[in-house]
Design a protein around this ligand. Sequence first.
Ligand code: RTP
Ligand code: MG
Length: 139
Amino acid sequence: MAANRTFTMIKPDGVENGHIGAILDQITASGFRIVAMKLTQMTTRDAEAFYAVHKERPFFGELVEFMTRGPIVAAILEKDNAVEDFRTLIGATNPEEAAEGTIRKKFATSIGENAVHGSDSDENAQIEGAFHFAGREQF
Ligand code: RTP
Ligand code: MG
């Protein structure tokens, strides 16, 4: 995946709370082009693999439980400086610390259930996008 791309998920809380449309609207209004997108549900094995970097953290079990409890929207997004600009758009992990107007400030309910994921590096964007999408599903 090119360096001008990032990977995102609208997490199960965002889907459950009916925020798919509003979140996608804010993402596209902020200049990101949707390159790939689907509604899907992660298995326990998927979530453990996807968040393997956090496996020693105390919240790992809770995170896997949360991320597998319902469908997510997975997407690849394209924009100049995509990874950094998208992290700015979503805001801090903890919505109480997220800047006003950010997606997490508006739609997250807690540090765990924080509505959206955004890749933290070009390398991880590539890995995470490929985890969810075949090359022919990316436009
Ligand atoms: P993400 O990877 O989902 O975009 O979130 P992030 O970079 O802002 O945060 P990260 O440190 O990578 O943590 C991954 C996800 O784990 C959950 N978490 N829970 N209970 C807790 O203290 C805690 N800390 C993190 C969140 O869902 C976080 O987004
Ligand atoms: Mg992260």
